[in-house]
Design a protein around this ligand. Structure first.
Ligand SMILES: Cc1ncc(C[n+]2csc(CCOP(=O)(O)OP(=O)(O)O)c2C)c(N)n1
Ligand SMILES: [Mg+2]
Length: 413
């Protein structure tokens, strides 16, 4: 085309695709109101009377696998109810955080990882911890700061992981900081000759941080197998999502990083799993990261101390109809008939039995001895070896101040 000829709009327009798995696209606007000294919100527009959407059939999960995810979700919820009661009995040290309404996202996403892959959970992903092999007793003991807890009573909240057996990186409270860490885990695996999927989470609030950009951009450029779950639960503490960002959907952020963006209904574990499975497969092929936005609602306050008075009540009622467990139960029992009523009751009773046993174990276990308080806090030189997870790193000997033993373990100096 000659330079003098005007270009058409079509030639200058690029288009991008955001895959959207949802069967319903909720849309509301909120209005900020002042009640005395308090700031609250009201629903300004949006249809709150719509019936809940059905669960979407999974392209990949077998009947048994859907039932297994359902069981994890039940365990997740019942454990949090038990924790709430333990808090009210004064047995919890510090606060308690809940993932009520987010169990389908937490459990369905973690279920897509293989055993040798890695998870970096955030505070609402207690369901993901259960899927990775922590027991309800581990989590309850942690909140009660018991000596048998994963941190031996040295932290009373979510700051624990297991890099030896369960491949879980401990959450970092500074929002967004887990993203480059997990990208680094994928890079480490690649240096050892493996492309693996690594998964972590960030909220609608936390995704505004600079480190989110840095971590995602690094993962995109290096084609690292990061699966980032952006858990858009409509609130970042007391800030509604539409005061946090201007894009229509947070999945659109993926376009600017140069990676696929996907939207799922976070209350539908089957959709969550399918999107995560596809992202994990892409990661395993060495094709790079995926950003998945899971849309749902935080059904409690930020933590147990927050009554969420600022959230409009009709919004809670709307999302209660979209409860991830009640809808999956209906899907399994009434729509698919994969569980009879009796089988469902037996499964629920089994979850309750497990929880009661774990709660009793946690409650009756001892507090730590005072003299153990500083144990394990500082790493004295040579106190333990850090071994590569997959194979001997394919790095030059003697770089970065490290040396190699004959078995290939790296001693940090
Ligand atoms: C960098 C950073 N800024 C602020 C905080 C304090 N803080 C902790 S949780 C939270 C709200 C997070 O909201 P969101 O990311 O939407 O996650 P949600 O709690 O909804 O799961 C804030 C502001 C923090 N931990 N880190
Ligand atoms: Mg949020």
């Amino acid at each position: 085309m000659a330079n003098s000829e005007p270009r058409t709009v079509a030639e200058d327009t690029r288009s991008y695709t955001i895959l959207d798995y949802r069967l319903e696209k909720p849309s509301f606007t909120l209005r900020q109101v002042r009640v005395g000294d308090e700031t609250r919100y009201e629903v300004e527009s949006g249809d709150l009377s719509r019936p809940a959407p059905p669960i979407r059939d999974s392209k990949y999960l077998s009947k048994q696998q859907v039932i297994e995810i359902y069981r994890w979700m039940l365990l997740n919820r019942r454990m949090e109810t038990a924790l709430e009661n333990l808090y009210k009995q004064g047995k919890v040290v510090g606060g308690v955080y809940f993932g009520l309404g987010q169990e389908g996202c937490s459990c369905g996403s973690a279920y897509a990882l293989r055993k040798d892959e890695w998870l970096g959970p955030m505070i609402r992903n207690q369901g993901a911890l259960l899927v990775r092999g922590f027991s309800p007793a581990d989590i309850m003991m942690q909140y009660m700061a018991k000596s048998g807890s994963p941190t031996r009573g040295r932290d009373a909240s979510s700051h624990f992981g297991d890099i030896k057996d369960r491949n879980v990186v401990s959450p970092i409270s500074t929002l967004g900081d887990l993203i480059p860490v997990l990208a680094g885990v994928a890079l480490g695996a690649r240096l050892q000759g493996k492309n693996i999927a690594v998964m972590t989470y960030i909220g609608d609030g936390g995704q505004s941080t600079g480190v989110t950009y840095e971590g995602l951009n690094f993962a995109a450029v290096q084609k690292l197998g990061l699966v980032l779950m952006v858990e858009n639960n409509l609130w970042g503490y007391s800030t509604p999502a539409d005061m946090q960002f201007c894009v229509k959907d947070l999945a659109e952020r993926a376009i600017a990083y140069g990676m696929p963006g996907v939207i799922v209904d976070g209350t539908d574990a089957c959709q969550v799993y399918d999107a995560c499975h596809e992202a994990c497969e892409r990661a395993r092929r060495g094709e790079g990261p995926t950003l998945i936005e899971a849309k749902m609602m935080r059904m409690k306050g930020h933590a147990i101390h927050d009554a969420a008075e600022y959230v409009p009540k009709p919004l809670f009622e709307y999302w209660k109809k979209r409860d991830p467990i009640a809808r999956l139960e209906d899907y399994l029992v009434n729509k698919k008939k994969w569980l009879s009523g009796d089988e469902n009751h037996a499964l629920i009773a089994d979850v309750e039995r497990q929880l009661e046993a774990d709660r009793d174990l946690a409650v009756n276990s001892p507090m730590p001895e005072p003299k153990s308080a500083a144990g394990g806090v500082y790493c004295d030189e040579g106190c333990h070896e850090i071994r590569p997870k997959y194979a001997v790193p394919k790095v030059r000997r003697g770089v970065s101040g490290s040396s190699r033993t004959s078995e290939g373990a790296v001693h940090l100096k």
